[in-house]
Write a protein that binds this ligand. Structure first.
Ligand code: CA
Length: 104
């Protein structure tokens, strides 16, 4: 893997984390009478920034707690709190995880 070229000039600097937005777009009663929520996450980097690299999500009430890559709308039990964050291509992370209350 080739070394990255040195960054020069003001245009190469991106020290600003992206902005993450999450919305519980829909709540419904799933199989077994379990309340569920569908959540859509969107993110944008600042104008002139390096761009969004990835969105990650974590639900502490999950039996297997780990950060997962966000690849599309989430469909989760409507309980606890969902945390999401976004990382841009320079590694700047939305500093505080964005918490979404899934409880109804
Ligand atoms: Ca940025």
């Amino acid at each position: 893997m080739a070394a990255r070229p040195a960054e020069t000039g003001a245009a190469a600097a991106d020290d600003t984390p992206p902005t993450t937005t999450a919305a519980a777009a829909e709540r419904y009663v799933g199989p077994g009478g379990v309340n569920r929520a569908r959540i859509t996450v969107t993110a944008a980097d600042e104008a002139g920034g390096s761009g969004v690299d990835r969105i990650e999500w974590l639900q502490p009430s999950d039996a297997d707690v780990r950060f997962r890559p966000y690849t599309g709308a989430l469909d989760l039990p409507a309980t606890g709190t969902l945390y999401v964050r976004t990382v841009d291509r320079e590694g700047n992370a939305d500093p505080a995880y964005y918490g979404v209350d899934l409880g109804s």
